[in-house]
Design a binder for this molecule. Structure first.
Ligand code: ATP
Length: 662
C-alpha cells in the first residue's frame, strides 16, 4: 500500500549558512512545562464539554426558537449601543490619559480598570445605587428626561457599557501612547487644527489598536450577564439578552442552553482569532505595517548630473521677514530678511531643537516672540503661525500616499480636494518625485521620503520653514542631488528657512548665514565664509574642517593650552585668550625635518588617512603640539609614502594662521 508522505513543515527562517535541520528548539524544564499543560487543559476542558454535549441535530431548532431569536436581537442591539457609547466616551478618555498630564491620572486609570476586576453583580449594585430609581442620579434622570434605567433596555445598555468600555480605553491608550507626537506636531505645523489632526492623523494611525479595542469591547458587551441582571433585571424582549437566556434555559431546557452557549462561544472565538494577538501589541501596529511592505521597486533612472536638468523652481511668492526674540533655555534675538537661509549649528545639547520648537510654539522650555512678515504670531497656536516643520525623518503620515501627504497642508488651509491634489502634484514634480505620487511612505527610500516631506512643507505655503537635518539620512550621491534641489527651491522661497545641520558642506553650500549655538546662546551669526575664517569656537572650526588650537597671546604668537607654542604673522595683544585657526591646506607634511626657518615645525605620527573628494585628509598626532589635520593630494601622499603609523614632520606657515580672540 502506498502511503503519502507526511506534510512538510514550513521552512523556518535561518541565518545564512546555517542548515535548517540543525536548529535547536529550546526545551522547557518539566517543572514549568507540566503546570503549563495542566493550565491549557483546564481552559480547554469546559469548552470541549460544550462541544461534546451539544445536540448538533437540534442546534438549528434551539437557535431559532422565538425566545432565543428575541434574545439574539436584543443582544445585538445592546452590545451595538454599548460599543457606540464606549467609542463616544472611551476614545477621548484614552487620548486624554495618553497625552495630557493632569493630577490624579493614576486614580482615573484605576477607575477605568475597576469594572474589569469588579464582580459584575457588584457592578450592578453600584449602578443601582448611582443610577437606579433611588440612586444618586436616578430621580433627576427620571424627572428631567423621563428616563428610567432599571428594567429597561437602556439600563441593559448602561450595564454593558460600564463593564465593557475599559477594554476599549486600555487598548487605545496604549496605541495613543505608542504614537510618536512628531506626526501630530508636523500636521499642526502644516495648518491642521487639533480636531483635524485627531481625525486625520491620530485616529487613522491608531486604527489597528482602535479596531482591537472595539472588537473586545463589543464581545464583552455581548457576553455581559451579572451587571445586567442586577441592574436591569431579566425581562423577556426588554433586558433578557443571550447570556440571561442561557441562565434561564439551563434551569428549564439544558440542551437548548448548551446550544446558545455554543453560539456565544463561537462569537467570542471568532473575535479573538480575528484579532490575532493585537490586544497585546496594539500600539506597535504602524511599525509592523511598515515592516510588512515589500521592498520598493527599482526607480526609473534619474538624471546623473542634476546641474544639467535644473528643477523647476516654485513660482515667486509673497515675502516674509523674520524677527524672533527667544527666551528660556535658548536665548537669542534673530532677524532675517525674506529669502534668507540660516544654518543652525552647534554641539549636541546646544539648543538647536529647542529653538525650532520654540518657534513652532511647541515647547514650554523656551518662548519666542515671533513676527513673520510684520505680523506678530506669538499668541497664535502652532497651526495658525505659518511655521512649517520638517523633522529629521520627514514624519510622513504612513496611512497616506505621497500625493495625499503633500496635499495635507493645502486641505488644512481650506483648498478643495481637486485643487489641493493638483498643486501637490506640481510640488512633487518640482522636487523630482512626481512619479512616486501614489506610493505610501513605507514604499519610499529615505531620500525620496525627504523630498516628499519637503514638498509637503513648501506646498503648505509657510512663512517660516524649519528643516531638521534634512539630508542626514541620505547617501553621498543622493545628498548632493537633494542639496541641489533644496538650494533651487530655497532660492525662490519667500520666507526665512532655518536648517539644523551637523554637516559643514550643507551649512556652507545652502546657507546665507550660519548661526552657531552653544549652551542655548548664539555664539556667532555670520555668513559661512566669515564663520570659516573666524570661527568663535573650536567646535565650529572643527566642524568646518579647520584646525582650531586654543591658547593665550604672546608677543609673537600663541602659548597653546595643550602645551607648545605657535608663531603667527599677526599676533593679538599678549595675554588675550585666542583661537588659532589653521586651514588644513596650510599644513605641509614632510618625510624629513624641513630646513630653513625652524618656526612651527613639529615631528609627528600619522594617525588616520581619509578621503575627502579628490583630496586626502591626514590626521597627525604629536607630543610637541596638538593634533593637526593636513589636506594633501593623493599624488603627494604617494610621493611621501604616507601610511598610518608612519613618522612625519609637519610645518605651518605663520602667515596662513589666523588668531581669533575667544
Ligand atoms: N523635554 C526636555 N526636558 C528637559 N530637558 C530637555 C528636554 N529636551 C531637551 N532638553 C535639554 O535641553 C538641552 C538642549 O536640547 P536640544 O534638544 O535643544 O539640543 P540640540 O542642540 O538639538 O541637540 P542634538 O544635536 O543632540 O539634537 C539639552 O541639554 C537637553 O538635554
Amino acid at each position: 500500500m502506498n502511503s503519502s508522505p507526511p506534510p512538510r513543515p514550513a521552512p523556518a527562517a535561518t541565518a545564512p549558512g546555517r542548515r535548517p535541520g540543525r536548529r535547536r528548539t529550546p526545551r522547557a524544564p518539566i517543572a514549568l512545562a507540566l503546570p503549563a499543560l495542566v493550565a491549557v487543559a483546564f481552559l480547554l476542558l469546559p469548552l470541549v464539554g460544550i462541544l461534546a454535549r451539544t445536540e448538533w441535530a437540534e442546534l438549528g431548532d434551539h437557535l431559532t426558537r422565538p425566545g432565543t431569536a428575541e434574545a439574539v436581537r436584543l443582544s445585538l442591539l445592546v452590545s451595538g449601543w454599548a460599543l457606540a457609547l464606549s467609542l463616544l466616551l472611551g476614545v477621548p478618555l484614552a487620548w486624554v490619559l495618553a497625552r495630557v498630564p493632569f493630577p490624579g491620572k493614576a486614580f482615573v486609570r484605576s477607575l477605568v480598570l475597576l469594572p474589569m476586576v469588579l464582580p459584575p453583580t457588584v457592578a450592578g449594585v453600584a449602578l443601582l445605587l448611582g443610577l437606579g430609581r433611588r440612586g444618586l442620579l436616578g430621580p433627576w434622570l427620571e424627572d428631567t428626561f423621563g428616563l428610567t434605567l432599571p428594567f429597561h433596555t437602556t439600563g441593559a445598555v448602561v450595564a454593558a457599557t460600564f463593564v465593557s468600555m475599559p477594554f476599549l480605553v486600555i487598548s487605545l491608550e496604549g496605541a495613543f501612547a505608542g504614537l510618536h507626537s512628531r506626526y501630530e506636531e508636523t500636521a499642526a505645523s502644516l495648518g491642521a487644527s487639533p480636531l483635524r489632526v485627531f481625525a486625520t492623523v491620530t485616529l487613522p494611525m491608531v486604527a489597528p489598536g482602535l479596531a482591537a479595542g472595539a472588537a473586545l469591547t463589543w464581545a464583552r458587551a455581548l457576553g455581559e450577564f451579572g451587571a445586567t441582571i442586577t441592574f436591569a433585571g431579566n425581562l423577556p424582549g426588554v433586558t433578557r439578552t443571550l447570556p440571561l437566556e442561557v441562565y434561564l434555559l439551563l434551569q428549564e431546557e439544558p440542551q437548548a442552553a448548551t446550544s446558545v452557549s455554543l453560539l456565544l462561544l463561537a462569537v467570542a472565538m471568532t473575535v479573538l482569532v480575528a484579532l490575532r494577538g493585537r490586544w497585546t501589541a496594539a500600539g506597535t501596529a504602524p511599525a509592523r505595517r511598515r515592516a510588512a511592505v515589500p521592498e520598493p521597486e527599482p526607480l526609473p533612472p534619474r538624471p546623473q548630473h542634476p546641474d544639467t536638468t535644473p528643477p523647476t523652481p516654485a513660482p515667486p511668492r509673497e515675502r516674509w521677514a523674520l524677527h524672533a526674540d527667544v527666551t528660556g533655555f535658548t536665548r537669542l534675538v534673530l532677524d532675517a530678511e525674506p529669502g534668507t537661509t540660516l544654518a543652525v549649528v552647534g554641539p549636541n545639547g546646544a539648543g538647536k531643537t529647542t529653538l525650532l520648537r520654540a518657534l513652532l510654539g511647541l515647547t514650554p522650555r523656551a518662548h519666542a516672540r515671533l513676527t513673520l512678515g510684520g505680523t506678530d504670531v506669538t499668541d497664535r497656536p502652532p497651526h495658525r503661525r505659518g511655521v512649517a516643520w520638517v523633522p529629521q525623518d520627514g514624519a510622513l503620515f504612513p496611512h497616506l500616499s505621497a500625493l495625499a501627504n503633500t496635499a495635507y497642508g493645502l486641505r488644512a488651509h481650506g483648498a478643495g480636494r481637486a485643487e489641493a491634489r493638483r498643486t501637490a502634484r506640481a510640488w512633487l514634480e518640482r522636487l523630482d518625485v512626481g512619479h512616486l505620487a501614489h506610493r505610501r511612505p513605507a514604499q519610499l527610500s529615505g531620500g525620496q521620503a525627504g523630498r516628499v516631506a519637503l514638498a509637503r512643507a513648501l506646498a503648505a505655503r509657510p512663512r517660516l520653514l524649519l528643516l531638521d537635518e534634512p539630508l542626514a539620512a541620505l547617501d553621498q550621491t543622493t545628498r548632493a542631488h537633494v542639496r541641489h534641489l533644496l538650494r533651487t527651491h530655497l532660492r525662490s522661497f519667500g520666507g526665512v528657512c532655518l536648517i539644523v545641520t551637523h554637516d559643514p558642506v550643507e551649512a556652507v553650500s545652502l546657507a546665507d548665514r550660519v548661526l552657531v549655538l552653544d549652551g542655548g546662546r548664539a555664539l556667532q551669526d555670520a555668513p559661512p565664509a566669515e564663520v570659516g575664517r573666524h570661527p568663535r569656537s573650536p567646535w565650529v572650526a572643527r566642524m568646518l574642517g579647520r584646525n582650531a588650537w586654543p591658547g593665550t597671546g604672546t608677543p609673537d604668537g600663541l602659548a597653546l593650552d595643550d602645551g607648545g607654542h605657535l608663531v603667527v604673522a599677526e599676533p593679538v595683544a599678549p595675554g588675550t585668550e585666542a583661537l588659532a585657526i589653521i586651514p588644513p591646506e596650510a599644513v605641509s607634511v614632510h618625510r624629513e625635518r624641513p630646513g630653513g626657518s625652524p618656526r612651527n615645525v613639529w615631528p609627528g605620527t600619522v594617525r588616520e588617512i581619509t578621503a575627502l573628494g579628490s583630496r586626502l585628509r591626514v590626521l597627525i598626532a604629536s607630543d610637541a603640539a596638538p593634533d593637526l589635520v593636513a589636506e594633501i593630494t593623493p599624488e603627494a601622499a604617494a610621493e611621501l609614502g604616507l601610511a598610518e603609523g608612519g613618522a612625519v614632520w609637519t610645518s605651518v606657515k605663520a602667515t596662513e594662521t589666523t588668531l581669533v580672540p575667544r
